[in-house]
Write a protein that binds this ligand. Structure first.
Ligand code: NAP
Length: 269
């Protein structure tokens, strides 16, 4: 079975390690290949993979939205206007980041959450939280983009935009804080993306960044006693759901997580 990932750039992806470990553990012959595709070649690349017999593809930055133009999105992918998984036989596009976020947050309860970031991860996590009944405050460096995402999500629950400069006003008012930006990721500024005062109230902290596992936000939140949800959990569950869509089999989560952690630790990714 041929599986793969398209995006640009792809050097940091741990998906090949995760999916190939799942294939091996289930004795399924196959491989998971990565393809850096130029924007003008996106449609050709997807149709080419289909004609070569690939079963499915993951899609990552910057194509999560563009792929919706020539595949049939599920309701969820249409709502968040992003897909990270394509079933090439049926040409259906899914968003398994929402499922990944739901699973990562399955033991987190509360009323209000702050999500920083309005890209693919920010939309998926915010929608997962809205489905759980959270009142979501969304913040983003580019206010307009954040406001547009809020407009999209307000149809499904309580969601409002808060400028980055006003975050301090949320002190003591949120049960959960989510970083859905690349801040803290390898190659990006190693900063805590929220005012430290917000963490002193000990909300649960979820950092979607998984490389490194211990981001500056996670390290600081741990020090002040916050419960931590790690990005690796969302990563593994979104991958497991994609695998299930392509193969019809639920893969072993522990195998996928172990291989993802090894790939991150080996620093080859
Ligand atoms: P994206 O669609 O490109 O969105 C990036 C978001 O981060 C935007 O809101 C952007 O704000 C903001 N941002 C980027 N650089 C920033 C900076 N220097 N300062 C402040 N804000 C900044 O990317 P994405 O797919 O959402 O990915 C975001 C992060 O989540 C990445 O680290 C990615 O690896 C991670 N991720 C993790 C999982 C998982 O399963 N754990 C899944 C998906 C993504 P603007 O609108 O102002 O540009």
């Amino acid at each position: 079975m041929y599986l793969g990932l398209i995006g640009y750039p792809l050097e940091h992806s741990v998906s090949p390690a995760m999916h190939e470990a799942a294939l091996k553990s289930l004795d399924i012959q196959g491989c998971y290949l990565t393809f850096e595709v130029k924007p003008k070649d996106l449609k050709l690349a997807i149709l080419g993979a289909k004609s070569l017999g690939f079963k499915g593809l993951n899609v990552t930055i910057p194509y999560k939205e563009a792929v919706l133009d020539f595949t049939k999105p599920t309701n969820e992918a249409a709502i968040v206007r992003a897909s990270n998984t394509v079933d090439l036989e049926k040409m259906i596009s899914y968003n398994t980041d929402v499922y990944g976020a739901e699973m990562a947050l399955r033991n987190v309860f509360g009323e209000s959450a702050l999500v920083i970031g309005a890209g693919g991860a920010g939309k998926a996590v915010s929608f997962a939280l809205i489905k759980k009944g959270f009142n979501v405050f969304l913040s983003n460096r580019t206010a307009k983009r954040g406001e547009n995402v809020v407009k999209l999500l307000q149809k499904y629950g309580n969601c409002s935009f808060i400028p980055l400069d006003d975050l301090i006003k949320l002190r003591g008012k949120v049960d959960l804080i989510v970083n859905a930006t690349p801040l803290g990721m390898k190659g990006f500024p190693r900063v805590v993306p929220v005012p430290l005062e917000l963490l002193e109230e000990q909300p649960v902290v979820f950092d979607v960044v998984y490389n490194p596992i211990e981001t500056p936000l996670v390290a600081h939140a741990k020090r002040v006693g916050c419960k931590i949800i790690y990005g690796i959990d969302m990563l593994v569950y979104q991958g497991a759901k994609s695998f299930e869509i392509w193969t019809g089999i639920s893969p072993p989560i522990s195998v996928m997580k172990k291989s993802a952690l090894l790939a991150i630790e080996s620093r080859k990714y």
